[in-house]
Design a protein around this ligand. Structure first.
Ligand code: ZN
Length: 340
């Protein structure tokens, strides 16, 4: 497995910001930059037109908040919220030049080998992987990182938010997201044929196994894998403790949902809504829905880690991925694992 780091849109964007400051930037210049394959990838992912963003960047230093365009209808203030980061980059592009140089240095062959090994430990032996692209841009959108179209994106504008030592967490982030890219490609061959019950059980393997293998997650039952890494590395300690504390409650909810699916009382839309409202909620029980969420992961992560990670701890990789492929085996196998 080879991880291919794409950084080549960053230098022309930094040059554009410098030119904008000295009144030498041109419309053609920014239009060409946004045609770069890495920005093209971003526009496809966000499902957005380029024109409003060309207008935004050419007016970056004078635009009023009211004039800042929306990248996608579902999140109208995404570019507005991001605007201070772009103004900071406009004021001091060298910060990002240094960061891009540092990334070249941090994301060395040796680090990518470590990332590959971590991912390889947590995917099926017959997963067919060649090269995974990591696209790094000064991003047009609000997401820090995302998986799209068989590649993984990171926003260099947000790397300083990782704190003083991005070299500590970047490998884990790369491994976690690469795990998703590989598993999504691997599962695309069979996941569409799942029954609703299989699909629901399978859902928990995604984040559950990514944190098991790439963040050394500590579950309620599932154990961390690596001695050389801290537990829950790159995850939020408060969040994981809170979520692990809800395992028993989550188990009851999981069983109830399975019963409703089996009784034909829920269709796929109902199950999806339930997954988003309960398993993907980032609010604690004592928070109001309009408050900023306190959790950085959700029950889908911690419960998935316990459900699938416990099977791995007891029976190893082959049994685990047989269960991922055949979700109807998960509950029996999990039960057997508990009795070991
Ligand atoms: Zn994830």
């Amino acid at each position: 497995m080879k991880i291919n780091l794409r950084l080549s849109s960053i230098t022309p964007m930094l040059q554009f910001l410098r030119d904008l400051k000295s009144n030498q930037a041109t419309y053609v210049q920014i239009a060409e930059i946004l045609d770069h394959p890495d920005y093209d990838y971003e526009f496809r992912r966000y499902g957005s037109a380029k024109q409003p963003m060309i207008d935004y960047f050419i007016n970056l230093n004078t635009i009023t908040d009211a004039e800042i365009p929306a990248l996608r209808e579902s999140r109208p203030t995404e570019v507005l919220d991001k605007h201070p980061l772009w103004i900071a980059a406009f004021n001091d592009p060298n910060v990002y030049k240094e960061l891009a140089n540092k990334l070249h240095f941090i994301i060395s062959g040796e680090m990518l080998d470590r990332v590959s090994n971590m991912v390889l430990a947590g995917i099926p032996d017959d997963a067919d992987i060649d090269t995974i692209d990591v696209v790094c841009t000064m991003s047009i959108g609000g997401s820090f990182g995302y998986v799209y179209d068989g590649a993984f994106h990171i926003d260099i504008l947000r790397i300083p938010e990782m704190g003083e030592k991005p070299e500590m967490y970047l490998p884990l982030l790369l491994a976690h997201e690469t795990h998703h890219v590989v598993m999504m490609a691997y599962e695309s061959e069979y996941v569409d044929n799942f029954t609703l019950e299989q699909w629901f059980i399978h859902f928990f393997s995604g984040e559950g196994l990514a944190i098991k293998f790439c963040n050394n997650a500590q579950g309620t039952i599932s154990k961390p894998i690596y001695n050389h890494l801290p537990v829950n590395a790159g995850l939020d300690a408060f969040t994981m403790e809170y979520l692990n504390g809800k395992f028993n409650e989550a188990w009851v909810v999981f069983q109830k949902t399975l019963s409703s699916i089996r009784a034909g009382k829920m269709n796929k839309n109902d199950v999806w809504a339930h997954l988003m409202n309960y398993w993907y909620s980032f609010h604690t029980d004592y928070q109001q829905p309009n408050e900023a969420p306190l959790l950085q992961q959700s029950l889908a992560y911690s419960f998935g880690n316990d459900l699938y990670g416990t099977i791995y701890d007891a029976f190893g990789k082959n049994v685990l991925f047989d269960c991922v492929r055949h979700p109807e085996k998960v509950l029996d196998t999990f039960d057997k694992a508990l009795k070991i």
